[in-house]
Design a protein around this ligand. Structure first.
Ligand code: ADP
Ligand code: MG
Length: 339
């Protein structure tokens, strides 16, 4: 066993601290202040048995995903990741190889988004693995009296009547990928599901989500992009957060929901009828695409900038009841909830 301090040393070796920053090794990390920027902070916990099953996920993928879901929260505000903190409670049954592979996956995501690991905490757990990641980001300081300073953080509460509702990519792949994982682990009644190339791609999307940082930066740089968030619980749930925070109602056309060809193929291959692409897309979580609202003029400007996104609905009016209407279906969708 590496033990606590050797493990921290191994982590420290792998995460050199950027110039001007004090990272792993002291009581606190020290980051420089920028007078023209604001700090964004988010934290997320991943609990064995709740968010992942040890037998179903590789340590590398779990490391990647632990970092990705946090960096995605910075992307959801249109910010730039600046650094992160990794705390874990480790059961004694985990071997060193597992831990180092976890760190490799975590580092691969951090390197891709220039989000250095600056500290954390390491402790033991009697039973299960618990991972907590905190991420720091930055955005341009909002100018007083101005509605949308370019580069400023976009909140859930700023959707306006007449806005179009958009998403940056396909929905449902991650939820279908999770079903493929559980089916092949024999945890489902549909254990006769074929394991196809589509299922393999969906599994990869479940375990290696890609935070939409670049898209978020383009969106926050565009005036009249109003409300924004990342999609972690499915838009049946996440869009309702925007509606509630903004006190508006919306309609979404289920025929405009972007679905990948792999999702369509996967669902058509299933022998049971509990595999509906729209259910995965609207009720399933963990796609980590961005959900945003913007004026029709801003949507045109974003198309001209070459950003890839899909218009799925519109904000219909101010309304304290925040009603969500699904067009072209008689079903209702509520996303994923933990409790
Ligand atoms: P303290 O007792 O002062 O809190 P620790 O021994 O917990 O210090 O941590 C020593 C240093 O190692 C700190 O800089 C801390 O941020 C860092 N650290 C501890 N665990 C981790 C981890 N899992 N990942 C990254 N850095 C860590
Ligand atoms: Mg500590």
């Amino acid at each position: 066993m590496l033990g606590e301090f050797n493990l921290i040393d191994e982590i420290k070796k792998r995460f050199p601290t950027p110039d001007g920053v004090t990272g792993i090794g002291d009581d606190c990390a020290i980051l420089p202040q920028h007078s023209d920027r604001e700090t964004l902070v988010s934290t997320d916990m991943l609990m064995e048995g709740v968010h992942f099953l040890m037998d179903d996920v590789s340590p590398y993928d779990l490391g990647w995903k632990s970092a990705a879901v946090n960096v995605s929260d910075i992307a959801g505000m249109g910010g730039r990741p600046e650094g992160c903190f990794l705390s874990f409670a480790l059961p004694k049954t985990l071997n060193d190889n597992w831990l180092l592979q976890f760190i490799d996956g975590f580092k691969a995501l951090c390197d891709r988004f220039a989000c250095p690991l600056l500290g954390g905490d390491t402790t033991s757990s009697l039973d299960r693995l618990c991972i907590s990641v905190t991420v720091l980001g930055s955005s341009v300081k909002q100018l007083p009296g101005q509605a949308w300073t370019p580069g400023s953080a976009r909140r859930r509460s700023d959707a306006r009547s007449g806005d179009l509702i958009c998403v940056t990519g396909n929905l449902g792949d991650s939820a279908a990928g999770l079903k493929a994982v559980l089916d092949s682990a024999g945890n489902s009644s549909a254990s006769n599901c074929p394991s196809s190339s589509a299922a393999a791609i969906l599994r990869e999307r479940h375990y290696r989500p890609i935070p939409q940082v670049e898209a978020g930066l383009v969106l926050s740089a565009t005036p009249e992009v109003h409300a924004m968030m990342d999609i972690s619980d499915g838009i049946g749930s996440d869009l309702r957060h925007i509606l509630k925070a903004s006190e508006v109602s919306a309609e979404v056309d289920v025929n405009s929901i972007p679905l990948s060809k792999e999702l369509i193929q996967f669902c058509s291959e299933q022998s049971t009828d509990d595999c509906d692409p729209l259910t995965f897309a609207l009720d399933g979580g963990e796609d980590y695409q961005l959900l945003f609202t913007a004026t029709p003029a801003a949507v045109e400007a974003l198309k001209a900038k070459g950003l890839r996104f899909y218009v799925i609905g519109r904000i219909t009016g101010a309304c304290s009841a925040c009603q969500l209407t699904w067009l072209n279906t008689d079903r209702d969708f509520h996303g994923f909830t933990h409790f």
